[in-house]
Write a protein of this length. Sequence first.
Lengths: 278, 112, 317
Amino acid sequence: MKTIIATLLALSLSGFGNLAAAATPEQEQALWQRYFQARFPDVPLEEFPNGVYAIDPIGRENWEAIEEFPPYETALSEGEELWNTPFADGKGYADCFPDGPAIMNQYPRWDRARGTVVTLPLAINECRKAHGEKPLKYKKGPIASLLAYIGYESRGQITDVKIPKDDPRALAAYEKGKQFYFARRGQLNFSCAHCHLLYSGHVLRTETLSPAFGHTTHFPVYRSKWGEMGTLHRRYIGCNKQVRAKPFKPQSEEYRNLEYFMTYMNNGLPLNAPGARK
Amino acid sequence: MYLKPMAIAAALGIFQSGATLAGDAVAGKKIATDRSRGNCIACHYLPGGQSPGNIGPALVGIQGRYASKGQLTEQIYDATVANPDSIMPPFGRHRILSGRELADVVEYIWSL
Amino acid sequence: MKTHLSATLLAGLLIASPMSQGATKIQALEAIAAAEQARQRAAAIDGEWRDTGKLIKKAKQSLEAHLYTQAVELANQAQLQGKLGYEQAMRQRNAGFPHYMIAFVESQQAMEIAQATASESTASQDIQPFQVLHDGKPVTIARNHDKKAQLPQEFLKAGRNCPPFCLQPIRAAEGVETIGELEMLDFLRESADGKPVLIIDSRTPEWVLRGTIPGAINIPWTQIDPQQQGMFGDPGEDRLRSLLIDRFGVVQTEEGGLDFSQAKTLVLFCNGLWCGQSHANIRTLLKAGYPPEKLKWYRGGMQDWVSAGLTTVKPSF
């Protein structure tokens, strides 16, 4: 608490109108987490990964009922099978990911050699390519099942994204992700922050807006609206379309940078993938 | 130079082939509750509306809050003029609604 | 500024109205090209809108169907979208954490701090008076708030010789905590509460006569220093041993050794930073085996105590 106060005092002394210029990622992370904890003071820290069900009691009841027979169970068994099925060359995912399958909290991460953010889906397809397999599509289907299995095995791991201080390109990726998050876009002129930060907890027609603090812990997600599993980038695409902005390709640099920023903001939260949502 | 509200209203009137300023409130209500058009109800309580959102202020007693239809028109045209941080989409500036739709919506909201 | 833009856009709206006369194929082609250019300009800075591409596609379809007016209209809409998307992305270039987020967090913090301080003691922030026993009689320790009060004579001097009035280090010995007034007050309260704590004025009696800290007992350093002959000529060593066993809670073991496990915490002081008497006592006690963590040194001593305006008491005999 004292660290956060000290951080915020330091922030206020730096006299910003434009926080983007003045603060470090650590300071911004503290501000982000402090903001949501102040907005939702009755929600314990470890509950934020449950998203809207941490703040909406009726929704939570329904969700808990659903979780008794989780709709992602099929995906879990499919994912496990995928993980254990060897490639044509006899190798398997375990050869690319020796720590696997519980590897979810190793991503996203800054890849120094390639100078880009590497996400788990990207790494999966690179593994496949290295072993002569066709890449999986990034929004749904087998990738979602595989991620569901990996996520399930990784439950309880703590979000821990690093921005290496000795590579300014990593900070640049973070900054780009941050700018994306807060920029208005589309014909409807919304930013991610408008719904999921400023008005989180409010109701948009029939839906309570979920707080961004915890968004990255529970993907892939079984979304009733989709009637199937989907990845984080699938949701990015949907959100962008909803505000009438042209979406980017899944696993595009824009979305990977965005994921990098968002996940870093959620450092410290336990992973609880896969999720089930309306 | 402040663009007089009446000027906008007048321009819209001209757009409607020289018709009077009055829009169609019944049509406006449809636009306000249509997800693909105005969708005002997503964020605002509307009397008699189903499952309104609670992001913006309730749309009641409008005439106590806006001095004229022209002012209301300006707000719906581009809410960021009055408040740069507003999250209300700029229905006019971004052409989310056509001039005619805007007039209809104004007529409807004005009656609340 | 924005109102000018509104006026311009409205004017644009009028010009593009269905009232305009039939467009030509050339005009349609030009409109579509302009729209595509505007779309690409927006896309280059990640500002393209969702429907711009669709509008251009529809415009092209209209062109193919020889519906040139419609093609122009659709293309113009697309061009406007491209322009607005570009402007939007330009304005949002430096988007970041908003001011209202910081303001919200700060206001929450201010509330928390206000609540926290409100729940603290509502009385004066200064020390609350409390009672101790001194020579068997109750004495109240409090802080003097009389702004005209002055220091006692003997503590006004600014020049002293060393020896004997040498400046003391901040630490008496390894493991022995140096404390200040607030900690001293806590120890005094504990002692008054019956906890195994002794407050020891280490000075020789002529100093103690001028005033001491209420609740303190006087054990002059000369009494327990093995080098000294002691007040009554007894060897300092025996005197020390008696003190340890009789008054400090030290237990003599069967082998004749000393068990300090039940020993009391001793808080020693003398005149202050220019006085070495309590420091000497501490050294003696440590040599005798006293656990350092049970020895506390109030280095500021009487000089600081009276400077703080805290109550002093003269012996009642």
